[in-house]
Ligand binder design. Structure first.
Ligand code: ADP
Ligand code: ASP
Ligand code: MG
Length: 427
């Protein structure tokens, strides 16, 4: 069994869907499960629908129409004769979504609402891919990933129930997958009361890893719009080079620091079962790409990871008492509660400083809560975080003049778009 995963960029238009068919035809014969995410920027467009719906702006249906029009333009190219090959299936998904958005009693829980709407991006894309393959006489079975990926009900960041998921995958999915090419969704799962959940933005790589690890796959291949994992994002750094081989341990660090080519949760399930991860170009599928495994080579290049839209949060005591373990316990508990992800942290006698993603204003309730505990909170925005992983590879003697911690990773906080360093923090 092998797993292929195609992300938004690979299915952003009709040619992308045709390309998936050609990649599967060429490289995917035999036991194969294909995970597909939403087309192009559909998830962002559905986020707008959720926004209008939740805030009752009266513009939700208009925002939905934009999503449908985009999908319709792809459908028209793939299926010139209208009601062929399950186009009705897709129209039925549109209707489901319209009815859901019209429903009057879904407005009190933003995260719940979000997951019920957002998952349609994946449902629509997989229906289109599956039906296109059928139209090309390419037999396949469309399956709803929510039947297998069982999670808790932590909407927008659901945690997998590995036992329940493993049971369903081995009992229900494997027998079908042995006989058919499977097309299914990334990113979505089913919570404990039957509703849709999502695994966090960009979570389809993780879905591929969940299926792969629980199906005992021989490999996972995630098909991207780049040559593989590179020493930096090639869109941002001209000197990025392809890393042909990577160890799991380096891949998980790079993904954690923000190398968005692999979702950070993807590596652990694969490492646990020793399943290699290939990151390959869907534009040039015969090229080798990157292989992530336990046998990967030691990194030879320094890797640069750049994250924009960062906030520096400085938390201090009002009365010059130490920021001690009990404060830290409160701070971390609150961060978990408000789903604030810490990218970097540092503490001194009376201050705890951390860098977080500026995501959906999640820091605001956190700030209010910490202030209610009597702590002083200062937030600086418009920052970028640059991490250099394994800088000793390119900077030679740096470890001799800088503190020990800087040997493996340097982290620099910059004023957004200015190139000016504002803070140097150890990470
Ligand atoms: P998907 O289509 O699966 O959603 P993503 O857009 O999430 O794919 O990931 C591919 C993108 O990741 C590339 O277009 C590239 O800009 C970015 N990227 C960031 N860091 C790296 C890196 N170190 N190597 C390669 N690509 C990177
Ligand atoms: N469609 C989802 C997102 O854009 C999941 C993914 O693409 O991995 O976040
Ligand atoms: Mg993506």
């Amino acid at each position: 069994m092998r797993i292929f995963k195609f992300g938004g960029a690979s299915v952003k238009d009709a040619d992308g869907v045709k390309n998936i068919a050609s990649v599967i035809r060429q490289y995917g014969q035999g036991d194969l499960l294909v995970v597909v995410s939403a087309m192009g920027k559909t998830t962002n467009a559905l986020e707008e629908v959720v926004h209008h719906c939740f805030h009752q702006t009266g513009k939700a249906q208009e925002a939905l129409s934009r999503v449908f029009e985009y999908h319709n333009s792809i459908l028209r190219e793939l299926f010139p004769s209208d009601d062929l090959y399950g186009v009705n299936d897709i129209k039925n998904l549109y209707l489901e979504l319209e009815c859901f958005v019209d429903s009057p009693n879904i407005l009190d829980d933003y995260d719940y609402l979000y997951d019920q709407v957002i998952g349609y991006g994946e449902l629509m894309s997989t229906k289109i891919v599956s039906n296109y393959l059928l139209s090309q006489q390419f037999g396949n079975q469309w399956l709803d990933a929510r039947n297998f990926i069982i999670t808790d009900s932590r909407y927008r960041d659901a945690r997998v129930d590995w036992q329940a998921t493993e049971r369903l995958i081995s009992k229900r999915l494997l027998p079908i997958a042995k006989k058919n090419l499977i097309i299914t969704q990334g990113f979505i799962g089913r919570g404990n009361t039957g509703e849709t959940t999502t695994l966090g933005r960009e979570g389809s790589d993780y879905s591929a890893a969940i299926f792969g690890s629980l199906m005992g796959a021989e490999s996972i291949t995630i098909w991207k719009d780049v040559a593989g994992v590179m020493s930096a994002d090639p869109r941002k750094f001209d000197d990025a080079v392809l890393l042909n081989e990577l160890r799991y341990s380096d891949a998980i660090e790079l993904a954690y620091y923000g190398a968005s080519v692999i979702h950070p949760k993807t590596i652990q399930p694969l490492q646990q079962r020793g399943i290699p991860l290939f990151v390959k170009s869907f534009i040039n599928p015969s090229a080798a790409g990157t292989c992530v495994s336990s046998a990967g080579k030691t990194l030879e290049s320094a890797c640069k990871i750049h994250k924009s839209n960062q906030l520096l949060v400085e938390i201090s005591t009002q009365d010059f008492t130490f920021i001690a373990e009990d404060h830290l316990k409160e701070i971390f508990t609150a961060m978990a509660e408000y789903k604030v992800r810490v990218n970097l942290m540092q503490n001194s006698a009376i201050q705890f400083r951390c860098v977080i993603d500026n995501k959906e204003n999640r820091h605001e309730p956190l700030e209010r809560y910490l202030e209610s505990l009597g702590l002083k909170v200062e937030i600086t925005g418009d920052l970028e975080l640059l991490s250099v992983y394994h800088p000793q590879n390119s900077l030679g003697a740096v470890g001799e003049v800088l503190p020990e911690g800087w040997k493996n990773t340097q982290r620099i906080l910059l004023q957004q778009n200015s190139g000016t360093a504002t803070h140097f923090l150890l990470g």
